[in-house]
Design a protein around this ligand. Structure first.
Ligand code: UTP
Length: 288
């Protein structure tokens, strides 16, 4: 079994649900407390032992490249003023650790992943959707999936049970045998029409995948919403590769949704040593 060393971050979407902020700021650069969403996802991947990070970017996403660069002017000025550089920790990665490819048109998540095919090569790879902030500092979601991959091989995705009236927003699993947190995936359907979902088990933006999915994506088939869907490509691999869904344990904030984004800020601010008490006091006063 090949080790999991690579992760793909599709960050080329338009982020229309977060407009107007995302008109000039990439969704992935929106801050939760004081770190942009992309930093949380990168930290999660590194914690799982991922060595190579592949960003699939698009127009207007340049600030993400700058963010993981060295800012000599800023660092020099901070040093001159006697300020600690600790706040920049995490933004500096090893030279060559991040590679960028471009998705020229946002044709869907499957297409974004396919744009990384030459960098992925013939190795397994993780996919992290950055607007899903999965917060489990002890055992992050990708680490949970990596563990299952080492046990079972094949494709593994993170899932959570969602309310029945939300299933049309997600990729939904048709479940086979289930033991504890693990469920065999018998089918996988993107955004099923209301009332037709095979279960309430929804994919929440973390995957460990086999490179064969790229061959399926080569066909460029369109699915729900006219987009090239990762879900549809994975569904075609069922039967030829093991495919498991692992129920995620931890907090989840869908930051592609306005309410989820505000909740993430509040929850993570409350956990912070430096500002938690002040925010808690404010929230108490606000709520009476
Ligand atoms: P979303 O559908 O949540 O993101 O895709 P979006 O399209 O940017 O947002 P809305 O729906 O318009 O508000 C999940 C992730 O996949 C990336 C997005 O950047 C996001 O991080 N994505 C999506 C791409 O990279 N390319 C695409 O063609 C579609």
């Amino acid at each position: 079994m090949k080790p999991l060393r690579k992760a793909v971050f599709p960050v080329a979407g338009l982020g229309t649900r977060n407009l107007p902020a995302t008109k000039s700021v990439p969704k992935e650069m929106l801050p939760v407390v004081d770190r942009p969403l992309i930093q949380y996802a990168v930290d999660e991947a590194l914690a799982a032992g991922i060595e190579q990070l592949i960003f699939v970017t698009g127009r207007g996403k340049g600030s993400m490249e700058d963010y993981f660069d060295i800012s000599y002017e800023l660092e020099a000025t901070m040093r001159e003023r006697g300020k600690s550089l600790d706040s920049l920790k995490g933004t500096r990665l090893e030279a060559g650790q991040i590679a960028y490819v471009r998705q020229q048109e946002p044709l869907g998540l499957g297409h974004a992943v396919w744009c990384a095919r030459h960098l992925v090569g013939d190795e397994p790879f993780a996919v992290l959707l950055v607007d899903e902030l999965l917060w489990n500092p002890v055992n992050p979601s990708i680490s949970q999936l990596a563990e299952t991959y080492r046990e079972k091989g094949g494709n593994v995705i993170s899932v959570l049970e969602v309310p029945a009236d939300h299933t049309h927003r997600y990729g939904i699993v048709d479940p086979g045998l289930s033991t504890g947190e693990l469920t065999e995936v018998r089918g996988f359907v993107e955004k099923p029409k209301p009332g037709t979902a095979p279960s309430r088990l929804a994919a929440i933006g973390r995957y460990v995948l086999q490179p064969e999915v790229m061959t399926v994506l080569d066909k460029g088939e369109r699915g729900a919403g006219g987009e090239i869907q990762l879900t549809d490509a994975l569904a075609q691999l069922i039967g030829s590769q093991p495919f498991h869904a692992r129920t995620y344990r931890g907090a989840r904030y869908d930051c592609g949704d306005k309410a989820g984004f505000v909740q993430a800020n509040l929850a993570l601010a409350l956990e912070r040593q430096d500002i938690g008490a002040e925010v808690r006091e404010f929230a108490r006063e606000l709520l009476g």
